[in-house]
Design a protein. Structure first.
Lengths: 379, 332
């Protein structure tokens, strides 16, 4: 009897877990790093997707169908991401997948999508994701190349000829370093020092002292919090007055909090999201950014980061592609994603082509400086 | 002993038959991926259980060996264009060689000190994977690794790769059972109980410890090379300290001294998070709670727990069978 009862419970549990809701909704999959080291990316992305799902469905869905987003957490882990992606493709039979949050995970799963004939719109920025172009893989964040280009334009304008770079030894920092090493000489500038620090280092005085010795006209630091904040503090402590550029990786309020007064006067390229109120009224992104910031702040009690914006853009690109073709077929969504022209998003204005699956350029960035603890657009 | 050996072989046969029949029954690629990951983790866990469970030597560096195998074959086959079969052999060979070099001094240490030495080694490897960007691709990972192929024949479907990995897992388990049921196995158990007593009995403890350390690392290296060619992408984050700890948990949770238990532990820990996905936000809480419950109520692991459960059920049924006629008589 006992065994029979136990068997019945187990069976019931399996049927409960096994049964999926059959409906004619538009099913979108998402695999994001909601927990783990990359949760600062995945969490706002998840929040954004859930918020937009409610918003779209309140307006009657997309092309008459309710939007249903299935979100899996990959815990910032490659293997979990692989399994989650397979599950979305094989079990949930989604029409399109959004994410992952980090480049490594995107590169690990990207090759599943061409055989499955399902488009992937990644929220991570590595250039390798869209170069060379995989017909089924897209990404929404601004590329490092655009950020570096923007910084070098600014440096040239100010007449800096000798540059030093200081990068963090993680995926973001080393991808940036490779682009910096390529573009600085290509723009006719001199790279006089190339220093690296560890993601968990708490003092970068040694690297900065070495850079000071090379007497550059400006320093470019590439990393995500908290490293660059330490660099800013050390620079102030060492009394270095050489201008310091930061990457778009620190374009969040958190950085200003961490760096305190030593953040004053630093210059960096950032998406318009960080300084919505300073975006001129005629800008195509203005209305959308204002609404996104207001909605997100109202719902979650904190301003959105640019990372949440990447998920916003991914979902909006997908729904736009559906509307263009009035079709929910993965093949049609893919084809129409490539035809999107001048569509404003949170990161910039997207124009996709069969050769360009990112769709942004340098204009997605504005140069900002930090003044009295606030962002100030300088161009 | 030979009865035990035959029982173990029967178990291995049954295990392989079940896993052979599993894919057509489960029927889609997602389950196949999960099963493949289970087999890879089980491969490392079996090696680790020989070392930790039977020989009593703690290693917190096995994720490093796993990564070393993966990166060696990736670099050789992708960057230098060595045929995949050869690069895989080299990967396992390099892992064993490094394990021998590390094991020579490290195995002179005992207990916490050995754990610390292997931990340090694991961390050093992890730093190497991250920093030697030119060779490993650095933190953003190594892309474009060729798929598994032998003698020019590519395993093009995921199913064929799964069967290949399953066959090798079978081989690994077979080797493990043979070691355990041999003179070496008895020597290992002896030195686990007391190194001094074992030495007094004439067992060359240094040699046996080194031997089992190298075998255990070679299994991890084998899993590593298979993983690299299965996924065709590797990143240093998969081979960090946390994974070493996870491996130890698999061994302990499964039952330290039981190979089937260890495999159960590896399968359980790989499948459980996938199974818990249905519970979305509370999945991590549930995962932790299940582990805590296991440790509280199954102190001798899944293997010990299941055999106790089996005895309990057996006794219940036996007792009931005796009772039943009496109950019937009472009613009548």
């Amino acid at each position: 009897m006992k065994m029979a009862r136990a068997a019945a419970i187990v069976l019931a549990l399996f049927t409960f877990l096994g049964c999926s809701k059959e409906s004619d909704s538009f099913k979108i999959g998402a695999v994001l790093s909601v927990t783990g080291p990359a949760s600062f990316l995945g969490e706002p992305e998840k929040n954004t997707l859930l918020m937009l799902q409610d918003e779209l469905n309140a307006k009657g869905g997309v092309e008459g169908r309710k939007v249903q987003i299935v979100i899996y957490d990959d815990e910032s882990d490659v293997n979990k991401c692989v399994m989650a992606a397979k599950k979305l493709i094989e079990n949930d039979k989604v029409a399109v997948v959004i994410g992952p949050s980090i480049s490594g995970n995107t590169l690990a799963i990207a090759k599943f999508f061409a055989p499955a004939k399902i488009p992937l719109v990644s929220c991570s920025a590595a250039e390798k994701i869209v170069k060379p172009v995989d017909p089924w893989v897209f990404n929404t964040p601004q590329l490092d190349r655009h950020a570096v280009g923007k910084i070098l334009m600014d440096a040239k304008k100010k007449g800096y000829a000798k540059l030093a770079i200081l990068t963090v030894s993680d995926g973001f920092g080393q991808a940036g370093r490779a682009v910096l090493q390529e573009l600085i000489p290509a723009q006719g500038l001199a790279l006089v020092a190339d220093e690296v620090f560890g993601p968990k280092d708490t003092d970068m005085s040694a690297q900065l002292t070495k850079i000071k010795g090379a007497a550059p006209d400006a320093i470019i630091c590439w990393g995500t919090n908290p490293g660059p904040a330490v660099v800013a503090r050390n620079r102030a402590q060492l009394g270095i007055t050489t201008p310091l550029y930061m990457s778009h990786g620190v374009a969040s309020k958190k950085f200003i909090e961490l760096a305190g007064v030593s953040a004053e006067g630093l210059i960096l390229p950032a998406g318009r999201l960080v300084a919505v109120s300073q975006v001129p009224d005629g800008n195509p992104q203005k209305a959308l950014l204002t609404k996104y910031v207001a909605d997100y702040t109202k719902k979650f009690g904190t301003a959105p980061s640019t990372f949440g914006g990447h998920a916003y853009d991914a979902l909006m690109l997908v729904t736009e592609a559906v509307k263009m073709g009035k079709s929910f077929k993965p093949q049609d969504i893919r084809d129409n994603l490539e035809k999107i022209k001048a569509m404003p998003g949170t990161a910039g204005v997207y124009t996709m082509t069969p050769e360009n699956h990112n769709g942004l350029d340098e204009s997605a960035f504005v140069m900002v400086t930090i003044e009295k603890g606030e962002w100030k657009v300088v161009d | 002993m030979s009865v035990g050996y035959r029982r173990d072989m029967r178990w291995l046969g049954g295990f392989l038959v079940v896993l052979l029949l599993a894919p057509p029954l489960l029927g889609n690629n997602y389950y196949l991926t999960v099963l493949t990951m289970c087999c890879l983790n089980a491969m490392i866990a079996v090696g680790l259980s020989l070392l930790v469970g039977h020989a009593g030597q703690i290693s917190l560096g096995h994720a490093g060996f796993y990564g070393l195998g993966a990166y060696t074959t990736a670099a050789l086959s992708t960057t230098l264009g060595v045929p995949v079969g050869l690069s895989m052999l080299a990967g396992v060979g390099a892992t064993s060689g490094v394990a021998a070099l590390v094991g020579l001094p490290a195995l002179k240490l005992k207990g916490h000190y050995l754990a610390m030495a292997t931990l340090g080694f694991g961390v050093i490897l992890s730093i190497l994977f991250n920093e030697t960007v030119g060779v490993t691709g650095g933190p953003s990972g190594f892309t474009g690794i060729p798929r598994l192929s032998l003698f020019g024949v590519e395993f093009s479907s995921d199913l064929s790769v799964y069967y290949f990995i399953l066959a090798l897992l079978g081989l690994v388990i077979w080797v493990a059972f043979n070691i355990l049921h041999s003179r070496v196995g008895r020597a290992l158990r002896a030195l686990h109980t007391s190194e001094k007593a074992a030495q007094a009995m004439g067992i060359d403890i240094a040699r046996y410890k080194l031997f089992i350390f190298v075998v255990s690392a070679a299994f991890a290296g084998l899993a590593g090379v298979l993983y690299a060619h299965y996924l065709t992408f590797i990143a240093p984050a998969s081979f960090g300290f946390l994974f070493s700890v996870q491996l130890i948990v698999m061994v302990v949770l499964g039952g330290m001294t039981s190979v089937p238990g260890t495999i159960a532990g590896a399968f359980f820990l790989t499948v459980l998070p996938e199974f818990l996905r249905a519970f979305e936000n509370v999945e991590i809480l549930l995962f932790g709670a299940i582990l805590v419950l296991c440790m509280m109520y199954l102190p001798d692991g899944l293997a010990g727990g299941s055999s106790r459960l089996w005895r309990l059920v057996w006794r219940k049924m036996f007792v009931r069978a005796e009772k039943d006629p009496m109950e019937g008589g009472g009613n009548g």
